[in-house]
Design a protein. Structure first.
Lengths: 573, 119, 111, 244
């Protein structure tokens, strides 16, 4: 098996907010560094940072404070977040937004007097979300991308990273193995420091919002390296994903929160408003409550033709709706629905993944030289992520990782040699499906998505989780018996689908394991058999890791390093 | 095997593209025709007879048609050119389509007028 | 520098267009009037001979047309014939010059 | 076409090939009520042609990866409903024009971004992260121009629709120039004169002939054509002032 080998100082995996910000900061810290970005799609054109609609949380508004942002984050995360991570997030977001505006050229919406506009976002005690209309992500990623283009970094576009390779001498990381999607050639890039920034992404659910290139590859790689993954049961569902039937990729894509905020109604299959039966705030209840309520209606069989519920806006006046939610109305119209005047089917949809690799505030992991930032990192959000903290997380920590990696490289004479046996093992693993005749990988994925949706989804209990674990095991075995036909590696999307599915199955197993051991309901994790939120003072977070091919799950106590339950930084201030 | 990916390139089928094409073709044809036109007039140096002889030749319907064509070209190019100048120098935008239509219409009207008068 | 040259060439093309616009309109109207009753050499010459106004009118037109057409052809040659660079520039300049010379000869003849 | 009719099929010609050439291959695809062109392509790859190469990411019109030529016109396929474009149940799908092909429906976007870079399409600010954020009133005329040009998703559709690009491969093209127009109207930027110089020379904005295919096809409703006209004016002024 021929393997291209090359060397770089810093290898960045992924070109979302975290990856690109890391590249920029590394280059600023040390312009002579050789920086390589390997990314599954085209530079800056894949991943979810592009897809950010709502905006970016930052305590820049007069009267707001980092303390307040921090308290909202901790409360939203149900006291599970790593407080040092959350604090660094809130504190650094201030500089980061100024950097985005002043140095990189993002332009966020202004008030009529020219000052930065901050909008309200659910779950926060202050209007602190800066945004560019409802297409904030496009502005952020485009500006990052064009700055990265001028850096002269080495972009390995359409290079899928297959595995992280440790050093032969056990001293840390050595680099990453990848495949050039276009040619099918394998390549090992040796590096002094590696950043994992593949952006998590819970795309193993029947309904999901993230971009299609995100399939938990990064977390699966980290798991294989034996790293601790935390909060893996924490999957955030957005209550209103578009439901357009199983045959279209449009299904699952997000219909914005504001529809409910503005007074939109949710109607079940019998045409009744049902939210009042679950929560006095009705449609304006929080994301998790609305998601569970819709899910309950669906379980009770009161569904629309495609198996969801309806969102109805027309009572607000179609013209008004068309004006206020232009983007959403157009998006629905493009796939054949009339949001302004008719009914549109919606369903809760998996949106964000709070779980991830255990890191410190310098983005370091347990393996020297390996850094993790963005949605791949765990601990920042705890049990729930505030809308607007996701892109803040990826750009804040991407930047930090870039600086720390640059500093590390400057003290290192050369990169460590790789453990060749791991390279061999990863190559064999990637080529696994070749030679076996192919069943339809898509069918397996459909089954995975159904399993996860039904048994490890919005509402969980011990029985369902047990069933979920069993079907995931069976699915895993079936996948290993399924092939991708003869070995044709150049732009073979069917092979990549297989690889995607393997990452998804593995991380699904971790999610299910973590969900099994968390026997209380918190934030995004809801156990019907343990509906109460446990004692906050003794809060723990879950950690799963792989030991000798087996998953081990445990609880670690939350350290209240800054504030304890019952206290608040705001009163103190 | 063929490299042709878009047969007939329908992406061009929009008003402003045709406006562009008409403008360009008329410009090129004008540039080709104008030297001859000048040449003809230049005959005047050699005495009225040559010119008259030549002008008599223009009584030929075919030549008349060509003259009409020239007139049309000039009209088309003029109208298209004014449209472009408005667009680029005055930053007219939503007007574009109207201007294109106007240009074509004016050119056609001019040509018809000329035809009517000439024959 | 390059940018300035292109900007000036662009401006020259648009400027000559602006100059020609009224001239062409004027010319077209004259033709329509002239054509009624058929063209004749006397007619043309009696109208134009020794008339300083028409001399300036057509002189200006010829000058502008030469510059304008040369610049226009430069663009078309580059795009449709792939003919670019110094040789192309000199060629279209020559065409423009020829146009101007022929034009002046014609103007000289009828004035 | 009857959308819900389970028997209805689409006849789809898909361009298959690579940089050396290719041809249209016919597929028959079930027609559904909710079905985008991207769904058609996906269905073919999943069910008939496992080795069909194409690209997508966000599937909601934000990433600009899924642009292809559909029935002869460049479009974003994830947000193009089949019923909007199919003629008598017929679709032809090819990679974007004016770009090299990687394989099948995937075009090589490298020249597009190379030009973005050449046009100096990256912001250059005079302030740093330690300075306050500039106060810019949204109703300033310059700001309005910049805002109108800002939401480009770099899909390359305008680039594929422009014959000036086709005829002169050196031409920067509408998207890069549209970006420059946005930056030209961003008064926080300190490199506006340099940028005018970068887009005024060879391959620059004077190669645009206002064909306006860019504006007609831009899925984000931007107006590169108008922006480029603005750049031409700006360049002329700059030439007179001697700043380029
Ligand atoms: C529809 C939607 C709306 C959202 N709205 C908001 C919002 O309003 N506010 C907010 O704060 N957050 C929002 N989020 C969340 C936010 O987008 C993400 O949390 C954040 O952008 C993640 O950034 P990232 O850099 O970690 O990952 P991403 O931006 O997702 O980038 C991941 C990168 O890794 C690459 N990659 C993946 N696997 C591999 C591999 N094997 N090899 C090589 N490369 C790989 C991907 O191609 C991609 O380039 C939203 C998310 C979605 C889906
Ligand atoms: C009546 C007054 C005229 C006006 C207002 C006018 C206007 C214009 C304009 C604005 C262009 C630029 C097109 C572009 O770059 O896209 C142009 C191009 C051109 N003009 Fe004229 N023009 C006039 C007369 C003429 C004449 C008399 C000739 C012939 C000698 C001519 C020949 C050309 C040519 C060859 C082009 C290039 C076509 C192209 O680039 O597409 N024009 N004209
Ligand atoms: S200007 Fe429009 S068509 Fe061109 S790349 Fe940007 S979004 Fe696409
Ligand atoms: S299509 Fe091309 S020619 Fe100009 S107006 Fe747009 S860039
Ligand atoms: S898939 Fe992102 S724009 Fe179509």
């Amino acid at each position: 098996m021929h393997l291209h080998r090359s060397e770089t100082d810093i290898l960045i995996i992924g070109s979302g907010g975290a990856g690109l910000m890391a590249a920029l900061h590394a280059a600023q810290s040390c312009p002579t560094l050789d920086i390589t970005v390997a990314v599954k799609g085209l530079l800056g054109k894949c991943g979810c940072t592009r897809m950010v609609q709502g905006g970016y949380n930052v305590a820049l508004s007069p009267g707001d404070s980092v303390e307040r942002h921090f308290m909202d984050t901790i409360n939203g995360g149900k006291w599970i977040p790593n407080q040092d991570l959350a604090w660094t997030l809130c504190e650094t977001a201030v500089t980061r937004v100024r950097e985005l505006e002043n140095e990189l050229g993002c332009f966020f919406d202004r008030n009529p007097d020219g000052s930065l506009h901050h909008k309200a976002f659910a779950g926060q005690t202050f209007d602190r979300t800066v945004h560019k209309g409802d297409l904030t992500g496009i502005e952020i990623i485009s500006r990052l991308m064009e700055q990265a283009l001028t850096l002269g970094l080495k972009a390995l576009e359409e290079h899928r990273v297959l595995g992280l390779i440790p050093a032969a001498d056990g001293s840390g990381i050595s680099g990453a193995l990848m495949v050039d999607v276009r040619t099918g050639d394998f390549r090992f890039v040796k590096a002094k420091a590696v950043l994992l920034a593949t952006g998590g992404g819970p795309t193993m659910y029947r309904y999901h919002t993230p971009s299609g290139d995100k399939t938990m590859d990064g977390l699966a790689m980290a798991l294989r390296l034996g790293l601790d993954l935390r909060d893996m049961e924490m999957v955030q569902f957005h209550p209103t994903g578009l439901l357009a039937g199983p045959d279209t990729r449009m299904t699952g894509t997000v219909l914005e929160e504001g529809l409910r905020g503005a007074g939109g109604h949710l109607l079940n299959g019998e045409g009744e408003r049902f939210m009042e039966n679950y929560d006095p705030k009705a449609e304006r209840a929080t994301r998790d409550v609305v998601s569970r309520s819709i899910f309950s209606e669906m379980r009770a069989g009161r569904t629309t033709p495609n198996g969801g519920v309806h969102v109805s806006m027309s009572h607000l006046g179609p013209e008004h709706v068309r004006k206020t939610f232009k983007g959403m109305v157009e998006r629905c119209r493009d796939c054949g629905f009339d949001l302004a005047g008719g009914l549109v089917e919606v369903v809760p949809t998996a949106h964000y993944f709070m779980g991830g690799v255990v890191v410190d505030t310098d983005c370091r992991t347990a393996i020297p030289g390996l850094f993790v930032a963005g949605e791949d990192a765990g601990g920042v959000h705890g049990a729930n992520r505030l809308g607007g903290n996701g892109v803040a997380n990826s750009t804040v920590y991407g930047g930090i990782a870039g600086e720390r990696m640059a500093a590390l490289c400057e003290t290192m004479p050369f990169a460590a040699d790789p453990d060749e046996t791991v390279i061999e093992a990863e190559l064999a693993r990637a080529r696994e499906p070749f030679g076996r005749s192919g069943a339809n990988v898509g069918d397996l994925r459909d089954r995975l998505m159904d399993n996860m949706w039904d048994d490890v989804g919005v509402m969980r209990d011990a029985d369902r989780l047990a069933r979920g674990v069993a079907s995931l095991d069976a699915l895993g075995e079936e996948l290993m018996a399924t092939g991708a036909g003869p070995e044709k590696r150049a732009f073979n999307l069917t092979w990549h689908d297989w690889l995607n599915l393997r990452s998804l199955v593995e991380i699904s197993q971790v999610i299910a394991r973590a969900a099994q051991i968390r026997e209380d309901s918190r934030g995004a994790h809801y156990r019907e058999d343990f509906p109460e939120t446990g004692d906050l003072e003794t809060s723990t977070f879950t950690v799963v890791r792989e030991v000798d091919g087996k998953l081990e799950a445990r609880h670690d106590p939350v350290v209240f390093s800054i504030v304890s339950p019952g206290e608040s930084l705001i009163e103190a201030a | 095997m063929s490299m042709v990916r878009t047969v007939g390139a329908p992406h061009r089928r929009q008003v402003l593209w045709w406006a562009f094409l008409m403008h360009r073709v008329s410009g090129v044809l004008l540039a080709l025709f104008l030297p001859f036109h000048f040449l003809v007039l230049g005959f005047a140096i050699k005495g009225d007879a040559t010119l008259d002889g030549f002008l008599a030749w223009t009584e030929n319907p075919l030549v008349k048609l060509a003259e009409t064509g020239l007139f049309l070209l000039l009209a088309v190019h003029l109208a298209g050119g004014l449209r472009l100048l408005a667009l680029e120098l005055l930053a007219w935008r939503s007007w574009q389509k109207n201007m294109a239509a106007l240009a074509a219409g004016a050119a056609l009207a001019g040509a018809l007028l000329f035809l009517g008068v000439a024959w | 520098m390059n940018a300035r040259r292109e900007a000036y060439l662009y401006a020259a093309q648009r400027l000559t267009a602006l100059i020609m616009a009224p001239l062409v309109i004027g010319h077209l109207i004259t033709i329509i009037i002239a054509i009624q009753g058929g063209l004749s050499a006397e007619e043309i010459l009696s109208r134009t001979s020794g008339n300083i106004f028409w001399a300036a009118f057509y002189g200006l037109f010829v000058l502008a047309a030469g510059i304008h057409a040369a610049l226009g052809l430069r663009m078309v040659a580059a795009e449709w014939l792939g003919f670019r660079g110094p040789l192309a520039n000199w060629t279209v300049a020559a065409v423009g010059l020829l146009l101007i010379l022929l034009g002046f000869r014609a103007v000289g003849a009828v004035i | 076409m009857a959308g819900d009719d389970k028997d209805a099929t689409l006849s789809v010609g898909v361009w298959r090939g690579d940089a050396d050439g290719g041809e249209y291959v016919e597929y028959s695809v079930p027609h559904r009520a909710s079905q985008t062109v991207l769904d058609v392509v996906t269905w073919i790859q999943r069910n008939i042609a496992p080795d069909l190469a194409y690209r997508f990411a966000c599937r909601v019109g934000m990433c600009g990866s899924c642009a292809m030529t559909v029935n002869g016109r460049p479009r974003w396929t994830c947000r193009t409903h089949v019923d909007k474009v199919a003629r008598n149940g017929r679709l032809t799908i090819a990679p974007l024009d004016n770009l090299p092909v990687v394989r099948d429906l995937a075009a090589d976007m490298a020249p597009f971004f190379e030009k973005w870079k050449r046009a100096n399409g990256a912001f250059q600010g005079g302030e740093t992260r330690d300075d306050p954020i500039a106060e810019v009133r949204p109703d300033e005329p310059e700001r309005k121009e910049a805002d109108a040009a800002i939401e480009c998703i770099n899909c390359g559709i305008c680039y594929a629709a422009c014959d000036s690009v086709r005829w002169n491969p050196d031409y920067l093209g509408p998207a890069a120039l549209n970006r420059v127009w946005a930056l030209h109207n961003d008064r926080r930027d300190v490199a506006r004169d340099d940028r005018l110089a970068a887009i005024g020379g060879e391959g620059g904005c004077h190669l645009c002939h206002s064909q306006a295919g860019c504006t007609a096809h831009c899925p984000q409703g931007l107006d590169p054509s108008g922006g480029i006209a603005g750049l031409k004016r700006a360049l002329f002024r700059a030439a007179l002032k001697g700043t380029v």
